[in-house]
Design a protein around this ligand. Structure first.
Ligand code: PLP
Length: 470
């Protein structure tokens, strides 16, 4: 069948049947395997996706925090097609390519401090996994094999390889997996909204910093290799740590020669109005930055890490003592993906998208914060073009964890939003918003108005069903 208006190449019944019989999706609810099909998206343009039933929806999460420059960009499509015809693949074991070298240069030009060497991977999980493998290699080459513990935070998310899943702190995702726990040490989530009762936000920062210092003292700095941290904990619900947290934690790590890995898989490439957020937004120069997603605006897979030259100098040249960093992927520095990076960066620069984000962000944040007048909203938080509307049934009694009713509220808000033309995709009770960066002020207003209507409709439904009272 030829493409129709919805972009469908196969008819809806065929897609449903193929997906039910053969497709195992990420985070599959196994009890329902083969019964449900997720929304089938056939086409997309700008900030909109169109499903195969012809519904045009605002892409609230930007795919999966990744479609920075929006859909349907001819320049990126042409760069991908052109590179595929010229050189579709080269083995990074024995050769390199123009696009890989140039993409590394363009990224290194934008990283803070001396993070000037870039290692390419296939996505975010492999970027973080490789960063952790590098840290392991680093300490072994330096002759301190006992310096291996990785400090991470509850509510963090770092990926879906065995090691990055072990570093991710959402309990639901850990069930039924045998994740490494020996080398990993969890600190508290820096979420001010659910901080212990009776502590001010400044007091909460002191609590978090003291917890880190105490943990280092208990484990011993000689046994701790790295602190792995998202600048804003994205999938954990857009958790913006208290002001000053990044600098204070980075100083402590530096004092103890603990490498600071800033996981910028979500926050890099414009989400917060800068190429990278670590220095420009939070004032720190990490030892390693991991990235993925927005580096190609999601057009093709790619991830990577940038490593500090000071750190590299300690294990390279004479200091390498003959060691090889034997880590990498068949698709490291894939020429087609790297060609997409270059076209993507050209668009971001030509259209001044970072400045656009900085200009729109205050309006985006203020409009969403106005939703806090809804009795179903417990907290609205965020920075740049990422935000979270956290739904709660009882605003006056917020505990350490969300309740089932809180999550039910978010699910209903999501369904109403979908009917009204907006994709939300809540995480438990949290409606997370991170639209493509090319969104306009009018489109933000439309998004927020849909959310407001969805919250009102949800409140009405719950009252009618006797499940909740304002
Ligand atoms: N790190 C962070 C902060 C993420 O949000 C994600 C994915 O959402 C990952 C790592 C894993 O990236 P990927 O899904 O590309 O493997």
């Amino acid at each position: 069948m030829a493409n129709d208006d919805t972009g469908a190449q196969w008819n809806a019944a065929e897609i449903e049947s193929n997906a039910k019989q053969h497709l195992l999706q990420p985070w599959e609810e196994m009890e329902k395997l083969g019964q449900n099909v997720r929304t089938v998206i056939g086409a997309a343009d700008g900030i909109y996706v169109t499903d195969t039933k012809g519904r045009r929806l605002i892409d609230g999460p930007a795919g999966m925090w990744c479609t920075q420059v929006g859909y349907g960009r001819r320049e990126i499509a042409d760069a991908i097609a052109g590179q595929a015809m010229k050189l579709a693949y080269n083995s990074p074991w024995s050769s390199t390519s123009g696009p890989a070298a140039e993409a590394a240069r363009r990224i290194a030009e934008k990283t803070p401090g001396d993070l000037k060497h870039v290692f390419f991977t296939t996505g975010g999980s492999t970027a973080v996994d490789t960063a952790l493998r590098f840290v392991e290699f680093f300490n072994n080459v330096l002759g301190r094999p006992e310096k291996k513990t990785i400090l991470v935070r509850a509510s963090g998310y770092h990926g879906s390889t065995d090691l990055t899943a072990a570093c991710s702190g959402r309990p639901f995702n850990r069930k039924n997996f045998d994740l490494d726990s020996e080398r990993i040490s969890f600190l508290s989530s820096p979420l001010p909204f659910r901080r212990p009762k009776g502590i001010s936000e400044a007091g909460f920062l002191d609590f978090l910093v003291k917890e880190l210092e105490d943990r280092i003292a208990v484990i011993g700095p000689d046994r701790i290799a790295a602190f792995l941290a998202e600048p804003i904990l994205a999938s954990g619900g857009v958790i913006v740590p208290p002001e000053g947290y990044h600098k204070r934690t980075a100083e402590i790590c530096s004092k103890h020669d603990i490498l600071y890995i800033s996981d910028e898989v979500v926050t890099a490439f414009g989400r917060l109005g800068h190429w990278f957020a670590s220095k420009d937004v939070f004032g720190i120069e990490p030892d390693i930055i991991t990235f993925a997603k927005g580096v190609t605006s999601g057009y093709v897979p790619l991830g990577g890490l940038a490593i500090s030259d000071k750190v590299l100098a300690r294990v390279s040249g004479k200091n390498a003592k003959g060691a090889w960093f034997s880590s990498g992927f068949t698709y490291s520095g894939h020429p087609v993906s790297c060609a997409a990076v270059l076209a993507n960066f050209d668009i971001i620069e030509k259209e001044k998208i970072l400045a656009h984000v900085r200009e729109l962000a205050p309006h985006f944040q203020a409009s969403l914060r106005a939703l806090a007048t809804s009795p179903l909203v417990g907290d609205v938080r965020g920075l740049g073009l990422m935000a979270c509307v956290e739904c709660v049934a009882d605003r006056d009694n917020v505990g350490a964890e969300n309740t089932e009713l809180d999550s039910e509220i978010a699910k209903r808000v999501d369904r109403h939003c979908f009917d009204l033309g907006l994709i939300v995709r809540p995480i438990a009770n949290m409606c997370v918003m991170s639209p493509p960066l090319v969104i306009t002020r009018a489109e933000i207003d439309k998004m927020v108005s849909i959310l407001r209507q969805a919250l009102d409709r949800t409140a009405d439904d719950l009252v009618k069903e006797g499940k909740w009272k304002p």
